[in-house]
Design a protein around this ligand. Structure first.
Ligand code: ADP
Ligand code: MG
Length: 662
């Protein structure tokens, strides 16, 4: 149903809603709230220093003070239950005309009894009874009240929203109906209703996702590819001339890959190996086999620097081969690109390494035989399939590399359509990263140690976590941190800050100058770009370490210790409950850490998983809803294998979409 059929929605509003990916009334109904306000209306006697809702009346005229540009304060006197008190609210000068004397208001904020002042963060005018209020993500041009009213109107239309959960499963788990679930999620009367609605909708999302994975698995079994012919001996010879001995896991992974490539079935393999486990050389072996079979290869990395690093190291590996290798990234000039496209189409290039630029539709291959995606969790399913469908009717072998050490059963579920090889062991030439937990009171120890490392010409990463929904405050805290370091080191050390608001290009530039040693300390609010090798960085300092999941901490720590220098990691935390962080002191083995993480919390911090485009759910969370995921997988697998899906019209459509993608 068209959005215009709802009250008060015209073309302009449609435009705004489109920005939220809402294109029809059905989309609006499945635009779910991300949290709720549980509004309990109180009078001022019951106010606490927690956020509360106070029913009050405006007693005095409102005074507005303009303190700075974009910074103002409103003050007035209000009464509640015969008590008069002062109300202060910041940056709401626009509310002044609404706050007339005797007006009833609902104040949201905290009451300071001593000062008899209520500091409000919001003032509402509409309703003064207890209720649950759904809160949605918004965008410019739309207010919460409007969105809520559109949804209310949409709910009243009694539209049928398809239920993707097969009937027998609905019965088995006593799920509520989809119609009720949609109603309850937007307009719940109780926590119980929210729970029932969420369970239903989360299961549904995960079931559909797991259906797709199980279906892909089924058709991949039948998917033919290119049967490749190459000389094993030449690959063996190449590997034996490497400056290091391969680990057992590297060898078995290479074997898996070569076997896939020889078979008529298309390779569809994921290599899971911790940071520094040596996944690149495995990809190099695959490229060689593909080259010897007379096919072109492509290697996609998530960032420009990473692509460049791969280009340099891979070119070096193949220096004795007559292999034409080229780099294609966003900063390749248009003219160069055109030239490269021509060469690739003419079959003059054997291997192209690059970024998203490889997805450009103008890029066509003469004879593509192998597609490798590094740090696969950073790309969505559609991006990946775009690349593999270039040339040879989508028959090219596909290899994904990923540094997400997650427990095997879990990997088998969420990557159920792929064959998996794991590299568990790390090359043992490396020194263990020495990890220590410190409180902020012990920061002097850390500063002294930093100074020693800097004096030795080494570099340091500092990470300070995001404080949710408050990026500005966040940046302040990072700026403070920089100032503290500047003071501590007498301003003689070059320190830069990298944060989430920077453009990718700016981040790349910062990483590059860090790589070139122009920056000595890099402070970052966001998780530092994955995969990049800064061999000279020997120290990682993570503030508020307790805020990160173990797997993230582990991945961050993996940014150091990338050569044979002794490296260190400091986890700064003021909490006493350090059991989780102690795991980090104990071990540097990613698989061990992720198993512990699952054990301790019954869920894992699957870094990366959330970022990937193919796993963006509206409600479900891969981490928190793991149990539901596992169950949905069992049910979906039965649904696929039994062929039950064939008699379900909704799934007919999904299957069509998947086949079309392929
Ligand atoms: P990642 O798995 O994080 O992508 P890389 O492939 O970048 O790891 O390897 C990290 C470093 O380890 C590289 O410098 C690589 O040359 C080196 N390396 C890889 N395999 C071995 C090995 N078996 N022994 C020693 N060093 C190795
Ligand atoms: Mg890598």
């Amino acid at each position: 149903m068209q959005l215009e059929s709802l009250k008060k929605i015209g073309p302009k509003t449609v435009g705004v809603l489109n920005k939220l990916n809402i294109f029809c009334v059905e989309d609006l109904l499945t635009y779910y709230p991300y949290r709720y306000n549980f509004i309990q209306v109180k009078n001022i006697n019951d106010a606490t220093d927690e956020v509360c809702y106070i029913h009050a009346t405006v007693l005095s005229d409102v005074k507005v003070q303009y303190i700075k540009r974009n910074f103002n304060r409103l003050n007035f006197i209000a009464a509640s239950n015969d008590i008069n008190f002062k109300v202060t609210i910041f940056n709401r000068a626009f509310l002044k005309p609404h706050l007339t004397v005797n007006k009833e208001v609902l104040l949201v904020g905290k009451y300071n009894r001593l000062k008899n002042t209520f500091v409000a963060n919001d003032i509402k005018f509409n309703s003064f009874i207890d209720r649950i209020e759904a809160i949605y993500h918004l965008t410019d041009g739309i207010k919460m009240a409007s969105l809520t009213s559109y949804i209310k109107d949409a709910l009243s239309k009694k539209i049928i929203v398809f239920d993707y959960i097969p009937n027998d499963i609905n019965e088995k788990y006593h799920f509520i109906s989809k119609t009720d679930a949609i109603k309850y999620i937007h307009e719940p009367n109780s926590i119980q209703e929210i729970k029932q609605a969420k369970l239903k909708l989360i299961y549904e999302e995960l079931f559909v996702y797991m259906f797709k994975i199980n279906y892909l698995k089924l058709i991949n079994k039948r998917c033919t590819g290119l049967k490749k012919n190459f000389d094993y001996a030449r690959i063996q010879e190449f590997l034996s001339q490497l400056p290091f001995l391969l680990t057992n896991d590297q060898i078995s992974t290479i074997k898996d890959i070569l076997k896939d490539m020889e078979e008529i079935k298309r390779m569809n393999r994921l290599v899971l190996g911790d940071v520094g486990s040596g996944k690149t050389i495995v990809a190099v072996a695959a490229i060689l086999a593909n080259f010897l079979s007379g096919y072109q290869s492509t290697f996609m990395a998530p960032t420009e620097i990473l692509a460049k690093q791969h280009y340099e190291s891979i070119t070096n590996y193949f220096k004795d081969f007559d292999m034409k290798i080229t780099l294609l990234t966003g900063s390749t000039t248009k003219k160069q690109k055109e030239k490269i496209y021509g060469q690739i189409l003419a079959g003059e290039i054997d291997l192209v390494i690059g970024t998203h630029a490889l997805l450009n539709e103008k890029l066509e291959f003469a004879n593509l035989g192998l597609v490798i995606t590094d740090e696969q969790h950073r790309f969505g399913v559609n991006q990946r399939s775009l690349l593999q469908n270039k040339g040879n009717d989508g028959e090219a072998d596909v290899l994904y590399l990923s540094a997400t050490p997650i427990p095997r059963t879990y990997a088998l579920t969420i990557y159920g359509d792929l064959d998996i090889s794991q590299i568990k062991t790390k090359p043992n030439m490396r020194k263990e990263i020495i990890t220590k937990i410190k409180t902020e009171n012990e920061i002097t120890d850390v500063l002294n140690h930093m100074l020693t490392e800097l004096k030795n010409g080494h570099q340091i990463f500092v990470v300070s976590p995001l404080i949710e929904n408050n990026e500005e405050l966040d940046l302040n805290s990072v700026n403070d941190l920089k100032m503290k370091f500047d003071t501590a080191f007498g301003g003689k050390v070059s320190i830069e800050i990298m944060h989430g608001k920077l453009k990718q290009k700016e981040k790349d530039a910062l990483m590059l100058s860090f790589l070139q040693k122009e920056i000595q300390i890099l402070i970052s609010t966001t998780v530092i770009e994955v995969g990049i090798d800064i061999p000279n960085a020997t120290m990682m300092i993570i503030f508020n370490a307790e805020r990160f999941g173990l797997a993230t901490l582990h991945q961050l720590r993996g940014r150091v210790g990338r050569n044979d220098l002794q490296s260190y990691c400091y986890l700064i935390s003021n909490t006493n409950d350090n059991a989780r962080l102690k795991v980090m002191e104990e071990s540097t083995d990613g698989f061990y850490i992720s198993e512990k993480d699952f054990e301790q919390r019954g869920q894992g911090d699957l870094f990366g998983v959330k970022q990937s485009g193919d796993m963006t759910f509206k409600l479900a969370d891969m981490k928190q809803d793991m149990k539901i995921l596992m169950q949905a997988n069992k049910d979906a697998s039965y649904f696929v294998e039994s062929g039950l899906y064939k008699s379900n019209s909704l799934y007919e459509k999904i299957v069509e979409e998947i086949n079309f993608l392929d």
